[in-house]
Design a protein around this ligand. Sequence first.
Ligand code: PLP
Length: 360
Amino acid sequence: MPDRIYNFSPGPATLPYEVLVQAAKDIVNFNNKGIGLIEMSHRSKEFIQVVDDCEALLRELLAIPQNYKVLFLQGGASTQFAMVPMNLLGSGKTACYLNTGTWANKAIKEAKLFGTVDVAYTSELTNFDRVPGPADYTISAEAEYLYFVSNNTIFGTQYQNMPETEKIVVCDMSSDILSRAIDVSRFGLIFAGAQKNMGPAGCTVVIIREDLLDRCPDTIPTMFRYKTHADKGSMFNTPPCFAIYTIGLVLKWLKKIGGLAAIEKTNRDKAELLYQAIDKSDFYRGHARKDSRSLMNVTFNLPTPELETKFVREATAVSLDGLKGHRSVGGCRASIYNAFPYEGVEKLVGFMEEFEKKNG
Ligand SMILES: *Cc1c(COP(=O)(O)O)cnc(C)c1O
C-alpha cells in the first residue's frame, strides 16, 4: 500500500484500499474481458450480473425481507427529500417529521411542497446537540408516516434506539447505513446516499416495502415514482453503473471482515477511543449530548476558533485530513465511517494529547 493519509472527510469519504485497487483495474479492463467497466452497456450480461450481485449482498448483509425492493437511483439523497413526499404524501395529507438538523430540515422544506408537515420535535434551540427519545414527541393520529434521520452527519448525533411506531417509518440513513445491524421490517422506506458509508457518490440506495409502491398519485412524473424503478429492477434508464459496481465491492469487503456485527464492534471501539479522549480533557468539548453521540461523526470544539483553525492546520500537516467541522457548527469533526481504520483514530488521539500539551 502506498502512503495513504487518514481521511476524516464526511463524504465522499474514505473507502477500503483494496476496493480502490480493484476498481482501478476494472475501469480499464473489467474481468479481463477487454472492455472497461464504465464503457460497458448497462444491459450487458456482465453488468446485469454486477447489479444482481450488489443487490444480493445488500439483502444478505442487512437481512432485507423478501417483500422489500432495493433500488439504485440517482439524484443524491437530496432528491429523496422530495421523492418521499411525492410518493407517500399527497395534498391535504400530513406527515410527521423529527427535526434533528440540516438534513432533516431540508427534507421538511421539500415535504411542505406536497402536503402538511407536522414537525413533532426539534432540537434547534440547543443547536441540534441531541436526538429525541420516545417521550419527547407525539405522532399525530392523521400522520401518514414518520420521517427521521438516523445519523446527523453535521451535528454528530445518532439515535441509539430508532423511533418506533405503527405508522410507516421513513429513514434517511445516508451516514450510518451498514454501520450496525437494523431490523428492516420496522421501516417502510430507508434511503441512503452511497458516498458516506457504501461507496462513491452518484448512487442513492432506496429500500422500500412493496405495498408502498402503489401509493403514488398519478400526477407524479415517471422518473420520480418508486414504482417505475422497482418494476424495471433499477434499469428503467441508465443506472449509476460505476457507483453500483463499487458499492458491490465495498459490500464484498464488509462481508469478508465479518458483516454488520463485526463492523459495529469496530465502530464502537473507534468512537469510544475518541470520545474518551474528549471526555478526559477540559480543552476539547464534545458538541453532541452524551446520550445522542454518533459513532460515525464525532464533533468537538476547542477553547477558541483560532485554536480550532490551528488544530486543523497542524493535523493536516501530519496526514490527519478533513477534520474541519461543518460551517453550521464550526469546530472540528472526525468522520470515522466503516472503512476508516482504528489506527487512524489512535493517531488522532495521540495528536490531540500533544496539541493540548502545547496549547492548553
Ligand atoms: C450527505 C447527506 C445527505 C445529502 O446527500 P446528497 O447525496 O449530497 O444529496 C442527506 N442526508 C444525510 C444524513 C447526509 O449525511
